[in-house]
Design a protein around this ligand. Structure first.
Ligand code: ZN
Length: 145
């Protein structure tokens, strides 16, 4: 069931990424690079009163990296920064520490299925690491490259 959803999500979000755009006057942004696969993305956030009111990205990479950034941009919208960081920690722990993914939103649970393909885990976590880098440089323009 989750495996079918995983395939669907990668195809759907990978071929038609949501929020693939720049945000003018964003609060913060960062660039991320996954040299293992060649994925490159920039994440843009608009934050107001600790709440993420808009999240978007641009970049080029494999279907998994694009799908992950797309799903992330949807998951981050309209939640507060602390919840977003908690979500990131939970998602990346599921991929790298084999933590149970039951408490994640359904799409992220499905995406966490990528852990069956260890070579692709960094493709799926790139967007989230870039998001965190952006947030850590709040109100500034930063690059993690
Ligand atoms: Zn990749």
């Amino acid at each position: 069931m989750l495996e079918d959803l995983y395939q669907e999500l990668i195809i759907d979000h990978g071929t038609q990424p949501r929020n693939k755009r720049e945000i003018e006057n964003c609060s913060c942004q960062a660039k991320g690079h996954n040299p293992l696969c060649g994925d490159k993305i920039s994440v843009f956030l608009k934050v107001d009163n600790n709440k993420i009111i808009d999240a978007a990205f641009i970049g080029e990479g494999c279907a998994i990296s694009m799908a992950s950034a797309s799903i992330m941009s949807e998951a981050l919208k309209d939640i507060n920064k602390d919840d977003a960081i908690a979500l990131m920690n939970k998602f990346t722990s599921c991929l790298t520490k084999d933590e149970n993914s039951d408490q994640l939103p359904m799409k992220l649970q499905a995406l966490a299925g990528v852990k069956q393909y260890p070579m692709r885990v960094k493709c799926a976590t790139l967007a989230w690491h870039t998001f965190k880098a952006a947030l850590n440089n709040n109100d500034a323009v930063a690059s993690t490259e």
